[in-house]
Design a protein around this ligand. Structure first.
Ligand code: ATP
Length: 362
């Protein structure tokens, strides 16, 4: 089931004279393709949960429309939209067993949809097997680990076969290892069921690793939508470039002059045909190649060994962050971790942005 957001806007009015209106979702106009997993991504307060709440029907839009397939669902209440919802706190019923929790959404079905006890039991077993909790059906939620509880919540959201599955930070209560396992699991379940899934997270790595497409948002405004790798490789503005990737992209004050990109007094890259002016020159950590004849000279601070790779931490008077982090294969190990280090740059790992608008210069 594709989901279409058609000029969707949500404005929360100010509560007092000191307060101001918040446009949590500002004219969202895009389509989420059928059967895909989409990650909504952005810093705290950018409007991720509001977007999800609008799609689920928990919030009413100020303007704009939402379609599931060809059907306009904008005025439908949540229970008639056919969405499965999983929140950060799983909200399982503590006094019910796992099976009773999963069956819960089936119990109130009316008319033709009404199910017998046996049918509900077998349906619950089917989804429990899918999320691998079928051995735990008699337990109460407090007798389960966080990851198991989270799977029960997913099973409950899937039992009615939703048209759209909405997940709001579903992994944030889990420890790092379980989080990793569960996100892979989520991906598997999503592939097996083929349910269009919208996943909210502020964790860019999580979103990039499991999403077919990511939607990057800031202050209620959509910044970029695309496949994770494509957005990483081809960011439209400085915000997106900085938001994706760990360590963060390294940003320098630079300028374009006479067909070259300059950082300080060094010409680091060709920029033929580009207009002269001040820019942000942003270099991904994997874009640095140590070379004694290199084009960019930095002051070495330290070397951090990370197993497969090393991170050379250095500084430069034109850098904007606390330091410059470059990721280099561990086969290159500088003899000395003080003094200067020179780098050549990989052209496709350097992005230029207008100094004022922060839009990408291509
Ligand atoms: P987080 O990652 O912190 O959960 P988010 O990206 O999900 O953030 P939202 O919860 O959608 O962000 O909030 C977006 C903006 O709308 C915020 O500025 C928030 O303060 C505001 N907001 C959300 N709900 C309401 C409300 N009911 N009334 C007024 N303002 C609200």
């Amino acid at each position: 089931m594709k989901v279409v957001l058609d000029h969707l806007t949500k404005r929360f009015p100010a509560r007092s004279k000191k307060d101001h209106d918040v446009i949590a979702v500002n004219d969202f106009n895009f389509e989420i393709p059928d059967g895909k997993l989409i990650g909504l991504l952005g810093p705290s307060g950018c409007g991720k949960s509001t977007t999800l709440n609008l799609i689920s029907g928990l919030e009413k839009p100020t303007s704009g429309k939402i379609y599931f397939g060809e059907e306009d669902v904008t005025d439908l209440p949540p229970e008639e939209r056919g969405v499965g919802l999983v929140f950060q706190n799983y909200a399982l019923y503590p006094h019910l067993t796992v099976e009773q929790n999963i069956i819960f959404p089936l119990q109130n079905l009316k008319g033709e949809q009404k199910m017998t006890r046996e049918a509900m039991h077998s349906k619950a077993m089917e989804v429990a097997r899918l999320v691998q909790i079928d051995q735990l059906m008699e337990r109460k939620p407090k007798e389960l680990s966080g990851g198991q509880q989270q799977r029960v919540a997913i099973a409950r959201a899937l039992v009615k076969i939703p048209r759209v599955l909405l997940l709001d930070e579903p992994l944030s209560n889990l420890d790092a290892r379980l989080r990793l396992l569960t996100r892979e699991e989520l991906r598997r379940i999503q592939r097996e069921t083929g349910v269009t899934t919208i996943f909210v997270t502020h964790d860019q790595e999580e979103a990039m690793s499991i999403s077919d497409q990511i939607v990057v948002m800031k202050d209620g405004i959509l910044q970029q939508i695309g496949k994770p790798q494509q957005v990483y490789d081809d960011p439209v503005n400085l915000f997106v470039a900085q938001f994706l990737g760990t360590p963060q992209i390294n940003v320098f004050e630079g300028r374009i002059q006479a067909g070259k990109v300059w950082i300080g007094e060094e010409a680091v890259l060709d920029a033929e045909g580009k207009q002269d002016g001040d820019v942000w020159a942003a270099i991904r950590p994997e874009g640095f190649i140590p070379d004694p004849q290199g084009v960019l000279t930095c002051s070495m601070d330290r070397v951090e060994v990370m197993g497969r790779d090393i991170s050379i931490v250095s500084t430069h008077e034109k850098m904007t962050g606390r330091n410059i982090r470059s990721i280099i294969g561990a086969e290159y190990m500088p003899k000395d971790s003080s003094g200067t280090i020179r780098f050549n740059l990989k052209k496709n790992k350097v992005h230029l942005f207008d100094r004022k608008s922060e839009e990408r210069i291509k």
